[in-house]
Design a binder for this molecule. Structure first.
Ligand SMILES: [Zn+2]
Length: 603
């Protein structure tokens, strides 16, 4: 069989996609290759197909068991003898595969890098007829990449142990720095470097400022994707669970997925998603690397990813079948501040500097009003024209801006008059004339700024404060306290003006707590909680404390009550997940609080 016949026979395609043939020819010519091709571009076929035209076995090094497993399953489905060797297999299974390898019955062998570098295994491989090596997800070699793996570093040994065997490397994304790392580390010999275009016209990219925790925006987005498959990326394990629960309540077939789940649970969620038994997976970044599902129609990020590489790779999981797919990035400038705070705690190193730069890049990307596709391409050193029709900024250039200088002055003034000692929710509550106890205790209801901001909802004020963060008019210090920066002082003094895109101020009207009882607010980073529920729980705590003659904080801490107000658990298991509630505490007070929360829910 020739190339084309093989393509038709085993893979069922009639012709090669752009650049596939070039790579295949290079491999058949025994040339080293580095291929950088976006997810969905048909990378794996580039090494699977030539393997079928060669007499030995192709060894594929891959970082993830799930990824290897998927590939082996789909190869076998196509009638291609293949196997994987991993720590998950029994000794007997391993011996059996080794026997098949010795007798040349396997065309593709998938292994993890740590296995490959094991001395016994290396010796074993030396006796086999190896077609060529494939280093998949090759960006893991580079410390500059976003997914560096220690074991990948050792792959530099490959060239030493197998000086005359062809080595090929594949990755979806690589900046020039990462590309150089791959070439140097793997010691590729005058390699053919083939780069596919990053531009994927079938992906519509949208980035929006997140309103509070973004749930309402998520629901609006999902309305356009009824019964379609998609991934929602969240920041923390807890957040994945609370969002999945929320979506289920709204009638969606959704499940949470994160590294903290038991393996059998993870496998089930993965399997159900691949099989279309569920539509939506709410996941941390632990989900999706190497996922082969081609009909993912949307990807949503509820927080800013750490790097543009991560982001591009994650949205790349949508629309791999070439059909239209949508992506939505919801971000807030507080995400950026928080991530920078994490990084600044690291020891000084080039890594740290690099991490800062990456956050700045993605923050510019998300706040910008230029073509999204073009910005991504530029970042990876590819020049393309503006997409015209595949990103929010091209489809809907938002030229309408409104002057918010006066409103900005109100916030800045409130920050100043409360001695730059409070978080933004408190500041906004002061502006909106809240009767909250803490405000009254601090006599902040007597300030001139008290109650001068009723014309905007809380969400709208938060959008303005987000804009102030974006332009560097304020900073967030310890305990999430807002402080004025020079730029902010200029605005306050009337020396500078500020405007904002009109669309950024258009938010859904705030609902009352009662209407809104299923959309409980949860903001991971900030001290944000449902004040009215919290107050009711606090009353209950007070009553219990009085009756038992103990201080209220001995019953439950404020932190516990805040978490309860946000998450509103409805049974013992959920209660036990809350900070500060163990079995004993639950036995003592749990039921009382469960009853109270049920009462609040039904009010
Ligand atoms: Zn565009």
């Amino acid at each position: 069989m020739n190339k084309l016949q093989t393509l038709q026979h085993y893979f069922g395609h009639d012709n090669f996609r752009e650049q596939q043939e070039e790579v295949i020819d290079a491999i058949l010519n025994q040339e080293d290759v580095l291929m950088i091709l976006p997810t969905g571009g048909g990378k794996s076929l580039c090494y699977q197909l030539p393997s079928l035209l060669m007499s030995g076995v192709t060894v594929v090094i891959s970082p993830l068991l799930a990824l290897m497993h998927d590939q082996v399953v789909s190869l076998r489905e196509n009638g291609i003898p293949s196997a994987m060797l991993s720590s998950m297999q029994t000794l007997e299974e391993t011996r059996q595969i080794e026997q098949q390898l010795r007798t040349n019955q396997i065309k593709l062998l998938y292994v993890a890098p740590e296995r490959l570098m094991n001395a016994y295994f290396l010796t074993f491989l030396l006796d086999l007829n190896i077609n060529f090596f494939v280093v998949d997800e090759a960006h893991c070699v580079s410390e500059w990449g976003h997914e560096f793996r220690e074991h990948y570093r050792m792959l530099s040994q490959l060239r030493i142990s197998f000086p005359s065997t062809t080595i090929t490397a594949f990755t979806a994304t690589a900046t020039p720095m990462v590309r150089d790392d791959i070439l140097n580390n793997l010691n590729l010999k005058s390699p053919k470097v083939i780069t596919g275009s990053l531009f994927r016209k079938n992906l519509t990219i949208q980035a929006k400022h997140r309103q509070t925790d973004g749930r309402r925006q998520l629901l609006d987005f999902l309305k356009q994707h009824d019964n379609e498959a998609g991934i929602v990326y969240a920041f923390s394990r807890k957040q994945t669970e609370s969002i999945a629960t929320y979506l289920k309540k709204q009638g969606y077939k959704a499940e949470a997925y994160h590294a903290g789940l038991a393996t059998n649970v993870k496998n089930k969620v993965f399997g159900d998603f691949v099989a279309d038994n569920i539509n939506i997976v709410v996941a941390t970044i632990a989900f999706g690397m190497g996922i082969d599902k081609s009909n993912i129609r949307f990807v949503v990020h509820l927080n800013l990813p750490k790097t543009l590489e991560n982001y591009y790779q994650e949205i790349g999981r949508a629309g791999r079948d070439g059909l239209d797919a949508s992506t939505l990035l919801l971000f807030s400038n507080t995400d950026i501040v928080q991530q920078k705070a994490f990084i600044s705690e690291l020891d000084d190193s080039p890594y740290k500097e690099n991490a800062f730069e990456k956050i700045n890049t993605i923050s510019r990307f998300s706040n910008s009003d230029g073509c999204r596709h073009q910005q991504i391409a530029t970042y990876f050193h590819e020049e393309i024209d503006a997409c015209q029709s595949s990103c929010d900024n091209c489809i809907n250039p938002d030229k309408d801006k409104i002057d918010i200088t006066e409103d900005a002055q109100k916030i800045l003034s409130a920050i100043y008059r409360t001695q730059q000692s409070f978080g933004i929710h408190y500041i906004v509550d002061v502006l909106r004339g809240s009767q909250e106890q803490r405000i009254l205790q601090n006599a902040h209801n007597e300030l001139s700024v008290y109650s001068i901001g009723k014309h905007y909802s809380k969400a709208q004020w938060l959008n303005i404060s987000d804009k102030l963060l974006e332009i560097g008019a304020v900073s967030i210090g310890e305990y999430k306290v807002y402080k004025l920066l020079d730029k902010g002082i200029d605005i306050l003094k009337g020396l500078a003006k500020l405007d904002i895109k009109q669309s950024r101020m258009e938010v859904a009207k705030e609902k009352t707590l009662k209407e809104n009882k299923h959309s409980k607010k949860r903001v991971e980073y900030f001290d944000d909680y449902e004040v009215e529920i919290f107050d009711q729980l606090r009353e209950l705590r007070k009553a219990i404390a009085t009756e038992n003659k103990v201080p209220p904080y001995v019953v439950f801490s404020d932190k516990t009550l805040k978490e309860l107000s946000n998450l509103m658990p409805s049974n013992k298991a959920e209660m036990l997940n809350i900070h500060g509630i163990g079995e004993v505490k639950f036995e003592r007070y749990g039921q009382l609080f469960l009853d109270k929360m049920e009462e609040i829910e039904n009010a």
